[in-house]
Design a protein around this ligand. Sequence first.
Ligand code: FES
Length: 171
Amino acid sequence: MPDNTKTKESEIEPSRRSFLTKLWIGLGFIALIEFIWVLIAFLRPRKPKVSEANAEAIITAGPVEGFAPGSVTAFVRGRFYLSRLEDGGFLALSRKCTHLGCTVPWIEKKNKFECPCHASAFDITGNVISPPAPRALDIYKVFIENNIVKVDTDKLIKRSDFRAEQVTYPK
Ligand code: FES
């Protein structure tokens, strides 16, 4: 008597095998498409986004003429001082002492910043004139658009001392 079971299995086997082969090819194709999609997404140049947080970080200080040469104006919201140097240039100074981080007030009568914690002093450019502060006050980027002074408080710029290239001048 012929073995019917074996005959049926041998008929089923090729179709099962071809189904599995097609399945693997299909899955491989999907994986390939996914890989190409990820690769394209990775290589595509990104557009710089101005996020809301970034936009909030830009503080509009005011028109250039609103700041007298040799003056210091406190901006509580941005936590910085806007110094206008005698030559007309602008610097935005962090109000944090570079010694241990106390807030340094501008003492107009003495024409300097004096830290109440350990008596460090800084001049109008933020340079150290009395230690223990180890370096000048940090700064923020200042830019002037249509004669309006703006300060980008998003990124604090650390520095060891004052240099002329840190100053922004009206055009
Ligand atoms: S924190 Fe300003 S001198 Fe120490």
